[in-house]
Design a protein around this ligand. Structure first.
Ligand code: ZN
Length: 224
């Protein structure tokens, strides 16, 4: 079912978001895929943020905070023990809504905002399965990362040249600008991490998960 009905929010949100007083280094993006994996693509320009703030105003399903007031999260996560993803696909955005039930319906992703609206990046390598307008989601992109993992980026205002269905894409490549298309009352990106088997209904057969629920990527560890 659509998880975007609750994307609407009437509470005021203020900008910009403060950076932490103690500087933290952004993590390096994950290494390029090994050559025996099925999806080979160039890495993009995105560098995952080491911190994430909660937008000021009313934020539903806010995740736990660390001691410095930023979100206690892992910038890079491992989904299904196979796929390394960025847990947020933006830089310098704040979290305006978390994952979970909201106003009586499920919110199947997280909402990220920044002003001015900024670029949304692929959170992992894969094949683009959907670029188009869908009810609720507005202009959205869906990437199939393999191993039963997909991501969706919704409410975009436009997509970058070359972003089209069937295109192989790498980690951190520019997808498009956050916007207000579909069911959204403010400019943001709605980001979903989906797992499951692609069935007859395609992406609609997958199940949304909380990006912050997955374990952190360990550069020195093994995957798979
Ligand atoms: Zn949302």
């Amino acid at each position: 079912m659509l998880g975007t009905a609750g994307c609407a929010s009437t509470a005021p949100i203020t900008y910009p978001q403060p950076r932490p007083t103690v500087p933290v280094a952004d993590p390096a993006p994950p290494p390029a895929l090994p050559p025996d994996m099925s999806v080979l693509a160039q890495q993009g320009p995105y560098l995952p943020d080491a911190y994430l703030t909660i937008c000021t105003g009313h934020v539903t399903n806010a995740p736990p905070l660390a001691g410095d007031g930023t979100v206690d999260y892992s910038p890079l996560i491992v989904v299904n023990n196979q796929v390394v993803l960025a847990s947020i696909p933006t830089n310098n955005a704040c979290l305006s809504s978390g994952f979970g039930r909201r106003n009586g319906s499920p919110h199947e992703g997280i909402d990220l905002k920044s002003r001015p609206p900024t670029m949304v990046f692929s959170s992992g390598p894969g094949i683009i399965r959907r670029v188009g307008r869908d009810n609720g989601y507005g202009l959205n992109v869906v990437i199939d990362h393999g191993s039963g993992v997909a991501t969706r980026y919704a409410h975009l205002s436009r997509v970058e040249p070359g972003i089209a269905e069937g295109v192989v894409i790498g980690f951190g490549q520019a997808l498009g600008l956050m916007g207000q298309s579909g069911n959204a009352t403010a400019i943001h990106v709605h980001y979903e991490v989906l797992v499951g088997q692609w069935g007859a209904r395609g992406v609609w057969d997958l199940t949304a998960t909380n990006p912050f629920s997955w374990p952190a990527y360990d550069p020195g560890g093994s995957i798979g």
